[in-house]
Ligand binder design. Structure first.
Ligand code: AMP
Length: 215
């Protein structure tokens, strides 16, 4: 099964991605996570990526496409199969074209594009309350998904989760990523998910969609 999660920043893609991957045995390919991992390293790429992240703008397509192709290859080596969930990729039409071509080369195709739907006005509150545990990388939301009382966490906020940067990220989403809804609708791949609901309800709605995809 190959699926794509498409939606604005803070629509809950990352949280649901983890749940879906566990349930359906998929590998999560999150370009944001790949970039954050590279940023931590003391390499020329790490330095370059640190400077680019935090503005809210997109990284160049060729950098992202190369990282994704490399990741798909690595996962195939590990698994011998293509069970992939793309989270935060593709984000532009050029990336979607590249993904289509890359999958075609390996005789694979996208099964479903889940489009996370939520109003902009609810996003700023959600994203500003997002926190990540330094040790485990687990993502929490101080309002919707706080750590449990007995959980020991050391939380930090992403550099691009501030109110100002979120506004830029939303603008970028509407200008460059939202056109992909139309792109994938034409291919009959889109399934809408109302993501302005509790984690549990969104999870159930997604399961209803994916349980019908037999792969
Ligand atoms: P995310 O964690 O998916 O919200 O990504 C965080 C930031 O990484 C984005 O605001 C972009 O600057 C960059 N990024 C992640 N994925 C992509 C992508 N597919 N194309 C371009 N830039 C990306």
């Amino acid at each position: 099964m190959i699926i794509i999660l498409l939606g604005p920043p803070g629509s809950g893609k990352g949280t649901q991605a983890e749940i879906i991957c566990k349930k359906y045995g998929l590998h999560q390919v999150s370009t944001g996570d790949i970039l954050r991992d590279k940023m931590k390293r003391d390499t020329p790429d790490g330095k370059k990526f640190r400077e680019m992240m935090g503005t809210g703008d997109l990284f160049p397509d060729d950098i992202i496409n190369d990282l994704v192709k490399e990741r798909i290859k690595e996962l195939f080596k590990e698994d011998g199969d293509y069970k992939l969930l793309f989270d935060g990729y593709p984000r532009t039409v050029a990336q979607a074209d590249f993904l289509y071509k890359t999958l075609k080369e390996i005789n694979q195709q996208i099964d479903c594009v889940l489009v996370f739907d939520i109003e902009d006005k609810h996003i700023v509150d959600r994203v500003s309350a997002r926190r990540i545990d330094k040790k485990t990388g687990k993502v929490y939301n101080l309002i919707f998904n706080p750590p449990k009382d007995d959980e020991e966490v050391d939380l930090y906020q992403r550099v691009d989760d501030t109110e100002e940067v979120i506004k830029t990220r939303l603008k970028v989403y509407h200008e460059q990523t939202a056109p992909l809804i139309d792109y994938y609708s034409k291919l009959n791949l889109v399934k809408d998910v109302d993501s302005d609901d509790t984690l549990e309800v969104v999870k159930q709605n997604i399961s209803k969609i994916l349980d019908n995809i037999k792969k």
